[in-house]
Design a protein. Structure first.
Length: 313
């Protein structure tokens, strides 16, 4: 029987503390980037990840935010998963703490719709210290002007496609030169598209057209999302102008900042999950050319080890 083998599929925005992560592998996800809440200590060893059938995991550990800012006061926030930063010194110390905990990226919350956000000096200090350590910075930008602030400060990636406002073409073209956007389109309505879904989809369409790098991500743990490949997210990417080949690239590419996530990391403190046999993606059958059939085919993907692959072929 014909089958297709691809690099391990990545969901670049998950919250493992809010779901059962053992379900991800059977749902076709081989790699994840946890963007806030995953406990850094004790970090899962390679053997534990393999035994538990977890995906390969890279993480941001704590959310960095202003005092009282999002998500410090949300009832879903895991205890100890927020670092509140009031000044540049706090910011540098918080970044150092994420590094010491083994983080592969730094996550900063710029959600002006829900509470205070770090000032420009604090944002700049966060980015500067993270980059000194070789860590990319991922921003949750929500509220008018927050995406522009993040970009001006040198943030490497958006945790969500910007959805609070329609961004001008010139700004999107500039962002496309250096930034990665993680898609997360389906959280805007979970199949019942909202106005934010329309704004995000149009911003993503123009970002992609400008040559920007898009990663598949779902914000798993936020609302009624499937634990595994999300058909609605894939369909939204195709509707935003990505080709099937582009969607595969969004699923199989390296993480934010261009460094592979999570097979390797600039942080020697982080246990590297690929010491166990790296998981890859197995899809029964050949890739169809018709887009609807492509989605059906893609959603049959399984994350398997190379040893498991030998038994399937």
């Amino acid at each position: 029987m014909t089958s297709t083998v691809l690099p391990g599929f990545l969901d670049a925005h998950v919250h493992l503390a809010l779901i059962d992560p053992s379900l991800l592998v059977r749902g076709g996800i081989a790699r994840v980037l946890d963007l806030g809440g995953w406990p850094a200590s004790p970090a899962p060893s390679a053997a534990q990840e393999a035994d538990a059938q977890l995906p390969d995991i890279a993480f941001a550990h704590q959310f960095l935010t202003a005092p009282g800012g999002y998500p410090a006061r949300q009832d879903w926030t895991p205890p100890g998963s927020v670092a509140e930063i009031a000044n540049a010194s706090d910011a540098a110390a918080a970044v150092d703490a994420q590094w010491a905990a083994g983080a592969s990226v730094v996550k900063i919350a710029l959600n002006a719709e829900t509470g205070p956000v770090p000032g420009d000096d604090v944002l700049a200090a966060t980015v500067a210290r993270a980059h000194e350590l070789g860590l990319p910075v991922v921003a949750h930008a929500e509220g008018r002007g927050q995406a522009e602030r993040a970009f001006a400060a040198g943030v490497d990636a958006f945790a969500h496609t910007p959805f609070s406002e329609w961004l001008p073409d010139g700004m999107i073209a500039a962002m496309a030169l250096s930034m990665t956007w993680i898609s997360t389109l389906d959280i805007h309505g979970w199949g019942d598209p909202t106005e934010e879904f329309a704004v995000a989809s149009d911003n993503l369409r123009r970002f992609h057209q400008a040559g920007g790098r898009v990663l598949y991500g779902t914000d798993l743990g936020n609302g009624p999302l499937p634990v595994g490949l999300n058909r609605r997210e894939i369909e939204a990417l195709l509707a935003a102008g990505l080709s099937p080949e582009n969607v595969l690239s969004a699923l199989t590419g390296p993480g934010p900042g261009g460094s592979p996530a999570p097979e390797s990391s600039p942080n020697p403190n982080r246990p590297v999950a690929s010491t166990h046999p790296a998981r890859i993606t197995f899809i029964p059958g050949a890739r169809p050319s018709d887009p609807p059939a492509f989605v059906d085919w893609l959603c049959t993907a399984r994350a398997v080890s190379r040893l498991e692959l030998e038994d399937l072929q």
